[in-house]
Design a protein around this ligand. Structure first.
Ligand code: NAD
Length: 254
């Protein structure tokens, strides 16, 4: 029996680098998983792969920054699953730009997907955890703990996710535990696309800087973040709430 057997989990950003790994890990640990993302094609491919492997998984296209979409997701979960045990708010959008060049549209895009989305998903889905000892896991970042150059919109959104987590842990206690994970640089399409906009030489230097910023002198793997999320989702973490846990290879220890 896996540590998530009998639990129903919603994972956002399911089609992305960490989201796909999270969906597979939570299914393997025994959960029924509803993955959601904007990317229908990648979500459908994930659903095919996981259901063919015998897992209980379904994909729904959801824009987490839309109140209508998140309400429709909650109605679907209530009708088809009868309630919810775990909400893993993993969707997010990054922007690498100096603050004075950041447009209002870019700021809103980062904040809508990252911070507003975390709020709307929580507001829509937390009521389905009533009486079930739920767990909400919010993905913040080292950028929610310390500042990074050219990442003001992202750092502000991830810092917001972190404080939203702590305040929600108080509002939703004692039924629901709410925690944040703060990953370092993890090898997914997100940091890869960030450096792909640079010249080859700059991209190499930035990637080496990413590697050297972590004490193990490498970037992280999605599995290493998802392992923490799986623990927080499980009853093993029954006394952990309101926490912001770095999974950052010691980046913020320095
Ligand atoms: N990769 C890293 O280095 C890193 C570090 C710290 C934190 N994070 C955070 O981890 C989470 C997962 O990141 P990743 O590296 O897998 O990135 P990713 O870009 O591979 O995945 C993000 C996913 O979120 C989805 N998404 C974006 N906006 C959405 C919306 N409005 N509604 C629904 N889905 C939406 C995207 O379609 C994508 O599939 C993000 O919150 C990210 O900010 C990543």
């Amino acid at each position: 029996m896996g540590s998530l057997t009998g639990k129903t989990a919603v994972i956002s950003g399911a089609a992305g680098g960490m989201g796909q790994v999270a969906c597979e890990r939570f299914c393997t640990d025994g959960a029924t998983v509803i993955g959601c993302d904007l990317d229908q094609a990648a979500g459908d491919a994930l659903a095919q792969r996981l259901t063919e492997a015998g897992h209980r998984f379904e994909f729904l296209r959801v824009d987490v920054s839309s109140a209508a979409d998140t309400a429709a997701l909650a109605a679907h979960v209530e009708e088809h699953h009868g309630g919810l045990d775990v909400l893993y708010n993993n969707a997010g959008v990054v922007l690498g730009k100096p603050v004075l060049e950041t447009t209002e549209e870019e700021w809103d895009k980062v904040h809508d997907a990252t911070l507003k989305g975390t709020f709307l998903m929580t507001r829509a889905l937390a009521p389905l955890m009533k009486g079930r000892q739920g767990s909400i896991i919010n993905v913040s970042s080292t950028g929610g703990l310390v500042g990074f150059e050219f990442m003001s919109a992202y750092c502000a959104a991830k810092g917001g996710v972190l404080m939203f987590t702590k305040a929600c842990a108080m509002d939703l206690a004692p039924d629901i535990r709410v925690n944040a994970i703060c990953p370092g640089v993890i090898d997914t399409p997100m940091p890869r696309s960030f450096v792909s906009e640079l010249s080859d030489e700059e991209a190499k230097a930035v990637w080496e800087n990413f590697e050297n910023g972590h004490l193990p002198k490498r970037v992280g793997r999605p599995e290493e973040v998802v392992a923490m999320a799986a623990m927080l989702a499980s009853d093993e973490a029954s006394f952990v709430t309101g926490a912001a846990i770095p999974v950052d290879g010691g980046w913020t220890a320095k």
